[in-house]
Design a protein around this ligand. Structure first.
Ligand code: PRP
Length: 192
């Protein structure tokens, strides 16, 4: 689903956020639809939801509460900005603990951007021999894709904007915005 800017930025955030790209209501509606789609595909089979830290936590919390299926939940910690590493280099900060062998896995991430994160995570997960893996992301930015990765469920296809909120950060900030917004370039250019 594509998006058009719709609603004004709350006063508190106007200096840093230039527009609201997706409102909280739009997100909630879309998540309900995605959950129905996932339920249909998994047909009541118990799934293991594997969520990538940290940005996914808000989307994940809303998504799994809409899923009327038995599931178990685990996390993989992966970040492109590990301590002491160059930006862009991926660091694993937490490994999966649940056994996914023979299981149906729903791999959840907040955004599919270049695809580098998922292209590193997928082979690791596949090596654990799950029955199948389906990828679910809230946001898809196809214009930036550098790896051949496709999501099975994607909430919104978005243009190449620097987005924050609803779990997505800039320098660990803005994750708590209830909407997805476009960051003012002056924030990341002047690093305020
Ligand atoms: C972000 C996001 C995805 C990834 C997508 O994670 O949460 O996991 O980047 O980008 P890619 O498709 O270009 O790999 P980040 O490493 O910023 O960590 P975070 O989840 O802690 O914000």
């Amino acid at each position: 689903m594509s998006v058009k800017p719709t609603s004004p930025v709350p006063v508190r955030w106007r200096k840093e956020v230039q527009s609201v790209l997706i409102t909280d209501e739009q997100i909630a509606r879309r998540i309900k639809k995605m959950a129905r789609e996932i339920e249909r595909d998994f047909r009541g089979r118990e799934m293991v939801v594997v969520s990538l830290l940290n940005g996914t936590v808000i989307f994940l919390a809303d998504l799994i509460r809409q899923l009327n299926l038995p599931l178990r939940l685990d996390f993989i910690g992966v970040s492109s900005y590990g301590a002491g590493t160059k930006s862009g280099e991926l660091v694993f900060t937490k490994e999966l603990r649940l056994d996914v062998r023979g299981r149906d896995v729903l791999l959840v991430d907040d955004i599919l951007d270049t695809g580098k994160t998922l292209s590193r995570v997928l082979p690791k997960l596949k090596a654990l021999k799950p029955r199948r893996i389906k990828i679910c992301v809230l946001l898809d930015k196809p214009a930036r894709r550098a790896e051949k990765i496709k999501a099975d469920y994607a909430g919104f296809s978005i243009p190449d904007f620097f987005v924050v909120g609803y779990g997505l950060d800039y320098a660990e900030r803005y994750r708590n915005l209830p909407f997805v917004g476009v960051l003012h370039p002056h924030v990341y250019k002047n690093k305020i």
